[in-house]
Design a protein around this ligand. Structure first.
Ligand code: 2M8
Ligand code: MG
Ligand code: MG
Length: 268
């Protein structure tokens, strides 16, 4: 069994980034050696720190499917870097995304701000992260979070312009995210499940937990899905998904209780 999870609004509380209520399930999954695979809009630098705080050891997916980070046991031909892990890029290049954004903004006179346009202080204020964490959030490789300050019609127009340059747009909890074409959390899940089968020579069952629009592809890519109520009280509608009453980490635990609580699935 592989557990794929979103962070903000799912495993982590949307406002204070806490995971208290999920801790008992994290312990149980760790005891059973079931990998908990983070699949998030966050950057490699952010997740490298968070996974240690969460005491998780497993591959992870960053920037909405833009890259997969592998521990040595999950590598085939990839070489690990100084950190001892390997990075597989599945998305667009960050410098190219910034170039396209700057060109589109000046040519079309659109108003939006990306992390690359903001001071560190502005990122701190908009995210509620402390300075070090905000620094890690700005260390991007394949996607750019933006704040849209123009009309909804212009957003549709913007999305079409992006498509013409081979980029796309998705929605996180707070920001829109500009990233590569056909790059999404679900595609990265499929990539990792295939890698699991190639290495461990057995097909794998999967469960996904998420609360945002950018999680839908991940929920659909897994055998079991948990749609966690978001902080506005809304729940994603995904066929077959269990919809939680609670939000954040309490909803996360509720979802695992539902799918893994009473049967033997968590024992396999
Ligand atoms: C951004 O992502 C979140 C999560 O979905 C969002 O759009 O609300 C990312 O930039 C991430 O790197 C950052 O940590 C987070 C902080 O709230 O915002
Ligand atoms: Mg979320
Ligand atoms: Mg997210």
């Amino acid at each position: 069994l592989l557990v794929f999870t979103d962070l903000d609004g799912s495993l982590l509380d949307h406002d204070n980034y806490d995971w208290q209520s999920a801790a008992p399930w994290l312990d149980r999954l760790r005891d059973k050696a079931i990998p908990v695979i983070i699949n998030t809009s966050k950057t490699r630098a952010e997740v490298a720190t968070l996974r240690q705080e969460l005491d998780l050891y497993a591959p992870y997916i960053v920037e909405n499917g833009s890259a997969v980070i592998l521990p040595p046991e999950w590598c085939l031909n990839e070489a690990v870097d100084d950190s001892g892990w390997a990075v597989v890029h599945l998305g667009a290049d960050y410098t190219r995304i910034r170039d396209v954004l700057e060109a589109v903004r000046s040519q079309e006179r659109l108003s939006f701000r990306g992390f690359g346009d903001m001071t560190l202080q502005e990122v701190v204020e908009r995210t509620g992260l402390d300075e070090q964490a905000a620094e890690r959030a700005r260390d991007r490789q394949g996607s750019e979070p933006i704040v849209w300050e123009d009309t909804p019609d212009q957003l549709t127009h913007f999305q079409q312009l992006l498509a013409g340059t081979g980029l796309s747009l998705t929605r996180g909890g707070r920001f829109h995210h500009v990233l590569g074409e056909e790059v999404n959390k679900g595609a990265a899940v499929r990539w990792l499940c295939e890698r699991h089968e190639a290495i461990f020579e057995q097909s794998v069952r999967s469960i996904a937990l998420g609360d945002g629009e950018n999680d839908v592809s991940m929920l659909k890519a897994c055998d079991r899905a948990v749609a966690i109520r978001n902080d506005h009280g809304r729940v994603l509608e995904v066929e077959g998904a269990y919809m939680t009453q609670h939000s954040g980490p309490a909803g996360w635990a509720e979802g695992l209780d539902h799918w893994l609580g009473h049967d033997k699935e968590a024992d396999r």
